[in-house]
Ligand binder design. Structure first.
Ligand code: PEP
Ligand code: MN
Length: 359
């Protein structure tokens, strides 16, 4: 299945590096859509976005104008010559997107969580050539995200990309926790699947947009989806995270583009990368050999405890381990929280070993 994803660049002309999808969170009025979108063309947008149907967490928030707003979006397309993308959440939305000539649809985070809704959308798209971008589900469940990709792909769509907008947890300073490991796990499973970063919904505040956009670029994402509004403070949805086109222009100019796409195919770059990767491979091998040696010692401790009838779990010992290892990490400029996580896993494995021995 992985072979068949069409790179975004094959169906959308890229006007800038990074590939940029931008536009308002919601289409509020015809004037607002046009006033926002015309300057976005000038700063190099490749695709315009606007929410026509807005699935909101709470009722009594603005839920979009629906069909009434589609002619405004199509007017923005006409006046800029750029393709337009909207969110769809039901088969009726898909039919209207097709009827009006929308170029790309995306499935929102609140819809990706529901396999029935995703299947209904996929069925409505069957037989069309519509590109479909799938946002990660609200909850951090990789299988649900993959399931949505499989459902859309199963309906014969191969212009698929995913949008990483973060996950709902209360353990992040951002509106939605990035949980980079989930997006990277998805890329490992489906290396040809294009991935777009959405710093707006991830960050939730204008102040976080630049650092998140940079992070997406550093991780070599294929593009960015950033919300823009002609008058963000007065926006009917997501006011805190939208940027004027002018502020977006500054943000883009300050981004550091470390690797041009063409450089990836450059031979000296590949050689250098190959050498570095070999070094990493050999260090990792050593790392695993060290783990083996450590595990041998743990097993000896186990045998000793069993032979002497000593309690197996000694909290103080583990408290000492967590304390000293994180201190060592800090001295070597390694994130102590990261080392603590590693030791939590080692701890769990040691307990499992103990149980295995007693059983
Ligand atoms: C949006 O893109 O405007 C939106 C509602 O996003 P999400 O589905 O990521 O919350
Ligand atoms: Mn939004």
């Amino acid at each position: 299945m992985n072979q068949d994803f069409v790179p975004i660049g094959q169906y959308v002309k890229s006007n800038r590096n990074p590939f940029l999808i931008t536009g308002p969170c919601s289409a509020e009025t015809e004037e607002q859509v046009l006033e926002t979108c015309l300057p976005l063309k000038a700063l190099g947008a490749s695709v315009l976005r606007a929410g026509v149907w807005k699935p909101r967490t709470r009722p009594n928030s603005f839920e979009g104008h629906g069909e009434k707003a589609l002619p405004w979006v199509m007017k923005a397309k006409e006046q800029t010559g750029l393709p337009v993308a909207i969110e769809v959440a039901t088969p009726a939305h898909v039919e209207l997107a097709l009827k009006y000539g929308v170029d790309i649809v995306w499935i929102g985070a609140r819809t990706t969580v529901n396999p029935f809704s995703v299947q209904d959308i996929a069925d409505a798209l069957r037989g069309t050539d519509m590109p479909v971008w799938i946002k990660n589900p609200v909850n951090p469940d990789l299988a649900l995200w993959i399931g949505a990709i499989e459902r859309v792909h199963g309906a014969g769509i191969n212009k698929i990309a995913v949008i990483h907008r973060g996950f709902s947890t209360n353990e992040s300073r951002y509106r939605n926790a990035p949980m980079w490991q989930l997006a990277l796990a998805l890329k490992t499973e489906m290396p040809n699947l294009p991935i777009i970063g959405d710093p707006s919904h991830m960050g939730g505040k204008r102040a976080y947009l630049a650092e998140l956009s940079q992070k997406f670029l550093d991780l070599n994402y294929d593009g960015l989806m950033i919300e823009s509004h002609c008058n963000p403070d007065e926006a009917w949805s997501d006011a805190a995270q939208q940027l004027t086109p002018q502020a977006l222009h500054h943000l883009l100019n300050d981004l550091h583009i470390r690797i041009g796409r063409q450089d990836i195919n450059d031979h000296s770059f590949q050689d250098e990368l190959g050498t570095l990767r070999q070094k990493i491979d050999s260090l990792d091998k050593e790392f695993i050999e060290l783990l083996r040696l450590r595990m041998n010692l743990v097993e000896q401790v186990c045998d000793y405890k069993i032979a002497n009838n000593v309690a197996i779990f000694q909290t103080e010992r583990w408290n000492d381990i967590f304390k000293s290892r994180t201190e060592w990490a800090e001295k070597l400029q390694i994130n102590p929280a990261f080392v603590e996580e590693i030791y939590k896993l080692i701890y769990i494995e040691s307990i499992r070993k103990h149980h295995e021995k007693i059983a």
